[in-house]
Design a binder for this molecule. Structure first.
Ligand code: NDP
Length: 314
């Protein structure tokens, strides 16, 4: 069923980018409607403590931070709904979005903040150990493993960049790669290969994660794909760095994207190639990927939408 009401702004996504856009547009009295999507609060809800978000000298738990930003948006009147958008028609004005209950929502501007998801290995224990020894973000969690040897899975640029970052804290970082050749750029390979704190375990895949009595990671089972031999290797820290996937399936064919599926935005703005549609946070940024940079671009999207509405006032 279609709503008659045409919203000034609809925001899709509920991570730091989406909720910051909601705070700004709500304070500008644009009464934003926010669709939270299937992971309310975004990637921060699967991390533990966040120590690098300004304003929290003692650190803050990821889920608590997101709950606070959510409440802040609601305080100014953002209408936040625990629903996903399943279809977007950007060829019409106003734009038409369909939610997972089949209802249609009309809007003059759309802010896309659907984020990206770190790829997981898909082991049965992934969920159990996430934040309890397993992490998909070295920049976020490396510090917690100060003085401890850690392992990291992947062979691309992200893996090597994160492995090098982890050597700041860990005496040894073992990179587990499923082949005997790295995918990463030559320059990154050279740097990583000559870093004495980084060790490589080639042709190897992790098949199982094992925990201690407190439910924290204590070891991994690793299989040599050439010999099929499986052995147990103790580790308290494991990082997945096997790539991210932007959550852009909804907009394929509708918006310009780069070769990896990230939405292209204009220089120093959040404008997409469709007027009135803005993108912010990790869905358009595979480079910085930080909560604070996502929040900053959410603010930019809100201001871009507000200015667009002022320029196109009927
Ligand atoms: P990539 O897709 O480039 O690499 C992913 C790596 O993870 C590959 O080595 C792949 O193995 C491995 N992998 C994927 N799935 C699995 C799995 N299920 N099990 C085990 N291993 C797996 O992703 P990145 O995030 O590294 O990079 C994405 C893009 O961003 C690239 O274009 C990269 O160049 C760019 N980038 C650039 C940086 C820079 O310039 N400073 C920094 C970071 C990223 P395999 O090789 O066998 O396929």
């Amino acid at each position: 069923m279609a709503e008659k009401n045409v919203h000034k702004v609809i925001i899709i996504g509920s991570g730091p980018a989406g909720f910051t856009a909601a705070i700004y547009t709500a304070r500008a009295d644009l009464k934003p409607l926010v669709f939270e999507g299937h992971q309310p609060g975004g990637q921060l809800t699967i991390t533990n403590e966040v120590e690098n978000f300004p304003g929290f000298p003692e650190g803050v738990m990821g889920p608590e931070l997101m709950e606070n930003i959510r409440k802040q948006a609601q305080r100014f009147g953002a209408d936040i709904r625990f629903q996903s958008v399943t279809n977007a028609d950007l060829g019409r004005r106003p734009f038409v979005l369909t939610d997972d209950a089949g209802d249609e929502h009309l809007c003059e501007t759309l802010i896309i903040a659907t984020g990206a998801s770190a790829k997981m290995l898909g082991l049965a224990e992934d969920k159990e150990f996430m934040g309890r020894g397993l992490s998909a973000c070295a920049t976020c969690d490396g510090f917690f493993f100060k003085g401890k040897d850690v392992m990291l899975v992947g062979g691309g640029d992200t893996a090597l960049e994160e492995a090098m970052y982890l050597t700041r804290f860990s005496p040894q970082v073992t990179v587990v790669h499923r082949r005997d050749a790295l995918r990463a750029s030559k320059i990154m390979q050279e740097r990583a290969l000559k870093n004495e704190k980084i060790k490589f375990m080639w042709n190897s895949v992790i098949t199982q994660l094992l925990g201690d009595a407190d439910g924290k990671l204590r070891a991994v089972m690793i299989q040599d794909v050439k010999t099929d031999k499986v052995r147990e290797i103790p580790t308290q820290g494991l990082f997945y760095a096997i790539g991210h996937e932007p959550n852009t399936a909804l907009f394929k064919g509708l918006l310009d994207m780069d070769e990896n599926g990230y939405i292209r935005t204009g220089d120093n703005s959040t404008k997409t190639n469709v007027e009135g549609v803005f993108a912010c946070g990790d869905v358009q940024d595979h480079y910085y990927r930080q909560a604070i940079s996502a929040a900053g671009s959410g603010c930019m999207a809100a201001i871009d939408a507000e200015r667009y509405l002022a320029e196109h006032a009927t």
